[in-house]
Design a protein around this ligand. Sequence first.
Ligand code: NAD
Length: 494
Amino acid sequence: MENPVHNFIGGKWVPSRSGKTFETRNPATGAVITQCADSNAEDMNDAVGAAHKAFESWRRLPAPRRGELLFRAAERLFHEKETLARSLTSEMGKVLVEGRGDIQEAIDMAYYMGGEGRRQFGHIAPSELPNKSAYAIREPLGVIGLITPWNFPMAIPAWKSFPALIMGNTVVLKPSPETPYTAALFVKCLEEAGIPPGVVNLVMGSAPDLGATLVKHPEVALISFTGSKVTGGKVAVDAATHYKQVALELGGKNAILVMEDADLELAVEGIVWSAFGTSGQRCTACSRLIVHREVKEKLVTRLLDRMNTLRVGNGLDPEIDVGPLINQTQVEHVHALVKVGQTEGAQLRAGGHPLTEGPHASGHFFAPTLFDNVTPSMRIAKEEIFGPVLSVLEVNNLEEAIKVNNSVEYGLSSSLYTQDVNRAQHAIRELDSGIVYINAGTIGSEVHLPFGGIKNTGNGHREAGQAALDTFSEWKSIYVDYSGRLQRAQIDTN
Ligand code: NAD
């Protein structure tokens, strides 16, 4: 794409109204990747206007035809997968193998939602009155505002866009200022797939209030937001003030529970992948290891050995396991919480500091960190850290493990390692989280199952699977009376 990268509004790549741009940088090297349009409320207004205009024809396009365009989008993304993954890794930092996974999530969702173009089943029910039919169908809402974070810069825009589009909505995407370029590449694939002008719009910007202008815009029907709990709270308040729907996907404080009968080797692999994959910057990252006292020392020893083999560096290097954090602010945030953990009395057994020398000198790196002897009341056991920091909490039995798991304000993903099917079934019922894994880590969602969490992780919506269709559509109930006379429901009962 050309430098600077423009907004995409009404089917055209256009500079910001102010002409201003901002830069996006590689978190591993500090190198500037490109300049992007730095937008304001006027740009947002243009984009919402374009989406509003396009809605009339897009919603009337038969859903199977919309589905075909999503299949074309999947093909474009598939064709460009390697280039997109490399670019994503350069902008966001996650290692290349995970970058490819991020693109694959978008491809999978495009195919899955494309298929929904030929389903979108409604309900047909018998009427309580004779010669009357009753059924319910799904309808689009209108213009949807999509506000996304930086940690899955391709997958999250795709997980929101494709269900919204298949249901007949048009969208305005406001990506994170950390990863605008990946969002632009995503939108370019949709343009090349033949999605009509105005159906998908992109507004990039660095101003903290840009997202809020989308939330408050009167022509936006629903905001689908993924980000931190604090920002999500503001979005919810703004949405409520402007009487609009809002779907929130927020933080997590996910745990892996390891019982004394677990396959420890298997557990170590799941723990490392869940805690240090994406440098811990996943909403589903494992930041608590709740382990039975009988196997704790053995597990921690094996874990430390495995952590010693992790190579931290530039995610484009195939030898690297753990990439950088997104920016210096995040490094400082993680470091500050590590210091809090030490002050609170947790035992630091690995890492605990930024990496700043040699190959790490120009990037935002943090050593994979392990805290032992953590108690549930410590801040490191309660707050989302969003970095490569894992806390070990020792318990006496499964009941206590479940209690500790459930003691946090979030409820996204939980995992249990055990060989005992009875315990597994019990835990599945008792764990307070939207996602439960047995004998696998806390990450690894598939696109055809609902994704999301309970408690402060969200507000009751789910992404992905059939559940996403509920978020991005309204029900319309239809009664057709062919009796030729007035029939009154609940009154003419005989
Ligand atoms: P963030 O909350 O800082 O930003 C998210 C988005 O909101 C960005 O696009 C940002 O520009 C925008 N924004 C900022 N202020 C706004 C406002 N007042 N109104 C509207 N929009 C505003 O989050 P982040 O740092 O980009 O992402 C990390 C967070 O996202 C973590 O807390 C993580 O757990 C969460 N997350 C959750 C999920 C999930 O599905 N539950 C998935 C990925 C990330």
